[in-house]
Write a protein that binds this ligand. Structure first.
Ligand code: ARG
Length: 470
């Protein structure tokens, strides 16, 4: 609930936490223009956690007495409870999440609440909040990516022998196993996961103690605050710590790359569920119909994933542009980091939920895949490799097979359907063992090395990936 009944344009009726020097109340428009509580209230839980750690530290260094710290901490806990229950009343007149909570604390425990903000500023407070929030988000995303990968691994194992066409230029190139294709997606997601883990390291640094920009004159113990908030290290420069949002940009960049991968994947699902390909079917509950065409089953979740990728890229750009013009240290511009960042988080996590649920239920249409793999002369490279094994230089073999492809096209058949005499007419070294090399199974089985498409290699890479995900 956001309540703005306290805002006013006439007379100085509302006391702001910072209005000591002001002669008139904030203009209602300015209040609405500058508020962030409508979206940064999402940070309430981490804001309170940061405040409790700060108060605990102030108590340890004797800036707060035991009684003062106890009152502040239990007051903050009652606020945390109300926020969780959804009964806390937010006020836009109080601008942001930080001042809403601080004001509520003073309302609840009296003047001692006013001591919480000793030795800190909203500048180091908000930087701390975003880092605490994003650290949690990274853990959640890494978990979601793990679940999705486990789903892919299960499917890849079942589909390790299923043959489908592999494409280059979206033209049939060589047969591959569907399991191998699925493992390509797993490889991308594994790198994505590593990017989040890496970006988490730079998120996991404590800015609190930097105060407004220069540090504070109180005898603070930043190492204690660090321990309480479980940060890996403390920031080394106060000007930098209150102002930079590079860690949020890194997160948005990692999210953009993951969305790029999911969007490519979506594009394939969209193609593969079309009548023209008809390689897979998606569960009905993941598709929608058309209001006019009764036969339609549209892959909307995949299409929207492809579409939503654009907004994540937009937010990454917004964050980069937000920072590029800012002199040190904190500027109010930084308040604009939150909406893009939150939308990146929400978009990415909704797409990951959808994929984790949808992918394990993907059903392959093996006959259609096999039929498609048998078209387009997908074993032409295997024939060239056969000739090379019989002593023909690769470039010559390439030419011979090219002529045989042209002959097959003329006859309207596949390479494997040409007669032995036709094959021998093109090259005398060909014997009747050639046909086993021209089969799709022979072709995939032959690519039997780490990273290759052979079923045994797919099973090995599934096992290795499962091991890494443990
Ligand atoms: N709502 C502000 C933000 O998100 C909090 C920091 C405000 N600091 C200030 N000096 N006005 O950036």
């Amino acid at each position: 609930m956001v309540d703005n009944h306290e805002s006013t344009t006439s007379g100085k009726t509302k006391q702001k936490l910072w209005d000591g020097r002001f002669q008139e109340a904030t203009d209602a428009f300015v209040e609405a223009f500058t508020e962030s509580v409508s979206f940064d209230k999402r940070l309430a839980e981490v804001d309170i956690r940061g405040s409790i750690a700060h108060a605990t530290m102030l108590n340890t260094v004797k800036v707060l007495t035991n009684e003062e710290a106890d009152a502040i901490i239990s007051g903050l806990e009652t606020i945390a409870h109300d926020v969780r229950e959804g009964t806390f009343t937010w006020s836009t007149a109080l601008e942001d999440v930080h001042m809403n909570i601080e004001q509520a604390l003073t309302d609840r425990i009296g003047d001692v609440g006013k001591k919480l903000h000793t030795g800190r500023s909203r500048n180091d407070q908000v930087a701390t909040d975003i880092r605490l929030y994003l650290r949690q988000v990274c853990d959640g995303v890494i978990h979601q990516l793990t679940i999705l990968q486990l789903g892919i691994l299960g499917l890849a194992e079942t589909e390790s022998e299923t043959i489908m066409p592999g494409f280059t230029h979206l033209q049939v190139a060589q047969p591959v196993t569907f399991g191998h294709h699925l493992m390509a997606w797993q490889s991308m997601l594994e790198r994505d996961m590593a990017r989040f883990a890496d970006c988490r390291k730079r998120i996991n640094v404590l800015p609190l103690g930097s105060a407004a920009l220069a540090g504070t004159s109180y005898p603070i113990d930043r190492e204690l605050t660090r321990q309480l908030l479980e940060f890996e290290s403390i920031s080394t420069n106060s000007l930098d710590a209150v102002s930079d949002r590079d860690f949020a940009i890194e997160f948005a960049a990692a999210a953009s790359l993951t969305m790029m991968h999911l969007s490519r994947w979506s594009e394939e699902l969209i193609l593969w569920t079309s009548a023209q390909f008809d390689f897979v079917s998606l569960p009905d509950r993941y598709c929608t119909g058309s209001s006019i065409m009764p036969q339609k089953k549209n892959p909307d979740v995949a299409e929207l994933t492809r579409g939503k990728t654009s907004r994540v890229y937009g937010h990454l750009t917004a964050l980069l542009v937000l920072m590029k013009g800012q002199p040190l240290a904190y500027n109010r511009d930084n308040q604009e980091d939150k909406e893009p960042l939150f939308d990146v988080v929400d978009t990415l996590s909704s797409v990951l939920i959808a994929f984790s649920d949808m992918i394990p239920e993907l059903v392959s249409k093996k006959d259609n895949m096999l039929r498609a793999a048998a078209t387009g002369f997908s074993t032409a490279t295997d024939l060239a490799d056969y000739l090379v094994r019989k002593g023909i230089p690769f470039r010559d073999a390439h030419g011979i097979v090219g002529r045989l492809v042209s002959e097959s096209e003329k006859q309207g058949v596949d390479l494997a359907d040409l007669s032995l005499s036709t094959l021998q007419g093109a090259c005398q070294v060909i014997e009747d063992d050639v046909f086993e090399y021209l089969t799709l199974t022979g072709s995939v089985n032959a690519r039997n090395h780490p990273g290759g498409t052979a079923p045994s290699q797919v099973r090995a890479s599934v096992a290795a990936a499962r091991e890494r995900l443990q």
